[in-house]
Write a protein that binds this ligand. Structure first.
Ligand SMILES: CC(=O)N[C@H]1[C@@H](OP(=O)(O)OP(=O)(O)OC[C@H]2O[C@@H](n3ccc(=O)[nH]c3=O)[C@H](O)[C@@H]2O)O[C@H](CO)[C@@H](O)[C@@H]1O[C@H](C)C(=O)N[C@@H](C)C(=O)N[C@H](CCC(=O)O)C(=O)O
Length: 487
């Protein structure tokens, strides 16, 4: 790509050396630099990209974009000094990849709980309607069935642009992003031209990173306050009326608001909800009339997730009746209130709930078909938001028996995690077992016929992180192996 054109529209403080006529790649990680690359020095949380400029040059970088003059040992390299390399990167990356999001239907979904379920639902509903869809999120990057791993839920600017380019090259016209608050604060989506942005809910999480709920809510709000967005075509913000952040996001967005609710009248709202152990049914009121909805997705929060997904695709122009038909066929989402198939006379669910709100809703979801006890296992991560631990246990106390354990203890001791959790317990029917495998075995060993067991926290994950190593771990496999010997 012509280098002059690329840098022309950028406010540059100084250029030392001369820019090559053209460049072939852009990169933020020195380890991935190839010959003739523009390398951006980004200041990170753990290291400063400026310290890696020399190593980028050794790998073939011909242009270094930095926030200060650097002593570089190279003749043929241009140093471009800008005020802020992340902003320069957003600008250049969009120019370099020629604004791939512009002519696509781009959807972003954010919120504390439900992002993965809603993005998956949207992705599957689009594909079942016969169109191509790409999805970027916790599971990685799914380009119409082909899965690529990614380090983050919301990837860095360059990875994001490359995913959009891949989708464009494959003629996939829909791209669905699961958007994290970390990604929004770090500007990982700067320059992405969203058509519909959707909000699930905001509840206590990630305060180790954001500090306060206000800051966390502000971070999520960045997805809706996209004042610089191109409004030459209609754009929509799909917002959850049941969440206390609804008014704030509705007032700050320049997009048309479409609302949804499980509690009050809205553009899309549910009544007559019936929770069954293998499906959920409800009456959905919509701008296109009333529809009897049936889904294989279980639990209270999935009614809200279904409303969010249908409202989002309605915003893109899909017909509600067709969406309701397609929804029936969509299987449960892995690790989201997923019923484990077993011949034991028990109901076992795996759920990703790892916030107080999600724990409460997971337990409430199974109450309608409770015959004996509800046994609940939950752990919390080490070296992450500690303030939510007592409230997680408090909500878990809704169950008849609780096992408190760990969920990726990292470098923190079992005792430290369990002591924080125990502070929130509201009754005496519980056990503290730091080793998660032992904890799963314990709950299965005390289970009786007709009990409902929920393993919370791990969801689709198949590992446990201890120190900095990922060890294979599956709540499901451990539970099934005990069930086989006991029942
Ligand atoms: C705290 C945080 O957000 N960290 C993110 C941040 O990393 P960082 O600031 O530590 O980056 P760094 O490692 O210091 O590197 C700084 C710069 O030097 C460069 N570098 C570094 C080393 C080297 O040898 N050469 C080199 O050039 C790096 O490419 C980078 O440009 O920028 C990286 C690139 O975008 C992210 O991968 C990384 O996410 C880490 C892995 C992480 O764990 N983030 C979590 C907190 C996160 O973002 N989570 C959310 C999901 C939350 C949810 O559950 O909802 C997510 O979106 O994944």
């Amino acid at each position: 790509m012509n280098t002059q054109l690329l840098f022309d529209s950028l406010k540059i403080k100084s250029i030392i050396g001369s820019l090559p006529e053209s460049v072939d790649h852009i990169e933020v990680d020195s380890r991935a630099v190839q010959p003739n690359t523009v390398f951006f020095c980004i200041k990170g949380h753990t290291t400063d990209g400026h310290d890696h400029a020399q190593s980028a040059i050794e790998k073939g970088a011909t242009v270094i974009v930095a926030e200060k003059e650097l002593e570089l040992d190279a003749d043929q390299v241009a140093l471009v000094v800008v005020r802020n390399t992340s902003r320069a990167l957003a600008h250049i990356a969009n120019h370099f990849y020629q604004f791939p999001s512009k002519n696509m239907n781009v959807i972003g979904v954010t919120g504390t709980n439900g992002k993965t379920s809603v993005t998956n639902l949207i992705h599957q509903l689009i594909r079942r309607g016969g169109e191509g869809s790409a999805l970027s999120g916790t599971i990685g990057f799914d380009l119409d069935g082909t899965l690529y791993a990614s380090a983050n839920t919301t990837s860095d600017i360059i990875t994001t642009q490359r995913m959009l380019v891949k989708a464009r090259e494959a003629d996939v016209s829909n791209m669905v992003f699961e958007v994290s608050s970390h990604g929004l604060i770090e500007g990982r989506l700067w320059g992405v031209d969203f058509d519909v942005v959707t909000f699930t809910n905001l509840t206590h999480d990630h305060l180790d990173f954001h500090g306060t709920m206000e800051h966390y809510g502000y971070a999520k709000g960045l997805l809706f306050s996209q004042l610089g967005q191109d409004l030459t075509k209609p754009k929509y913000a799909v917002l959850n009326v049941d969440d206390e952040w609804f008014d704030q996001y509705a007032s700050m967005t320049p997009f048309e608001v479409i609302s949804y609710s499980m509690e009050k009248p809205a553009d899309f709202f549910a009544t007559n909800i019936v929770y069954l152990d293998d499906r959920t049914e409800f009456l959905m009121h919509s701008p296109e009339g009333e529809f009897q909805v049936e889904t294989q997705l279980l639990g209270i929060f999935n009614v809200s997730n279904v409303l969010a997904a249908i409202a989002t695709l309605y915003a893109t122009g899909e017909s509600v009746s067709s969406l309701v038909e397609r929804l029936k066929e969509i299987p449960p989402i892995s690790g989201r209130m997923e019923l484990v198939q077993t011949s034991a006379p028990l109901s076992i669910y795996i759920d990703y709930a790892h916030t107080p709100d999600a724990i409460e809703k997971a337990i409430q979801s199974v109450m309608p078909f409770k015959k004996n006890r509800i046994l609940f296992l939950v752990g919390t991560g080490g070296n992450r938001d500690k303030s939510k631990r007592p409230t997680m246990a408090e909500k878990a106390s809704l169950a008849d028996y609780v096992v408190l354990t760990t969920d990726d203890p990292r470098y923190e001791s079992y005792d430290s995690i369990l002591t924080d959790l125990e502070k929130g317990m509201k009754h005496e029917q519980y056990a503290l077992i730091g080793d998660r495998e032992e904890a799963v075995r314990h709950i299965m060993e005390i289970a009786e016929p007709d009990d409902i067991i929920i393993f919370a926290g791990k969801g689709h994950e198949d590992y446990q992180i201890i120190e900095n190593t990922k060890y294979p771990h599956s709540d499901r496999e451990i539970a099934l192996s005990v069930a086989e010997t006991r029942f």
